[in-house]
Write a protein that binds this ligand. Structure first.
Ligand SMILES: [Zn+2]
Length: 145
């Protein structure tokens, strides 16, 4: 991994029109640019009626945020996702079971190099979980205050 990857900026998803964020996230969602690129690529593998619904991205240590696993989001490499199905209301968040269409999403995320977490909605690239899962020598991203 190139050292310069660690300096990747956080990108505000409000400026990334390919990716949909949950309507209630009016405070914005930010992710490392390499993760934004991976999500955008993974989405192209989905059936046309499906889009990722980005629920949560980077959280600094002070901002716990709304998600149950905020501590895992310190690097900007982790994302909580759900699914937007064309013509359907937004699905319930943090539900125990994933949407029925989720296997195709998981396959797409895996194909772009992301790894899943303890829950179906948590995925990451470049953080310590990703490092342990892939056998990489070091994480790509450090925590961002
Ligand atoms: Zn998460």
């Amino acid at each position: 991994m190139s050292p310069t990857q660690r300096d990747e900026p956080l990108r505000d998803l409000a400026r990334v029109h390919a990716l949909r964020t949950a309507d209630w996230r009016t405070d914005g969602v930010r992710l490392r640019s390499g993760v934004v690129d991976r999500l955008t690529a993974a989405q192209t593998f989905l059936p046309r009626a499906l889009r990722f619904l980005v629920v949560s991205g980077h959280h600094g240590p002070a901002g716990a945020g709304p998600c149950p696993d905020a501590a895992d989001h310190a690097t900007g490499g982790a994302v909580d996702l759900s699914l937007h199905v064309s013509g359907s209301p937004e699905p319930a968040l943090w539900s125990a079971a994933p949407p029925p269409e989720w296997p195709v999403c998981a396959a797409a995320l895996t194909a772009v190099g992301m790894v899943g977490g303890d829950t179906w909605w948590h995925w990451s690239f470049g953080d310590s979980r990703w490092c342990a899962s892939t056998g990489a020598q070091a994480p790509v991203y450090d925590p961002i205050p």
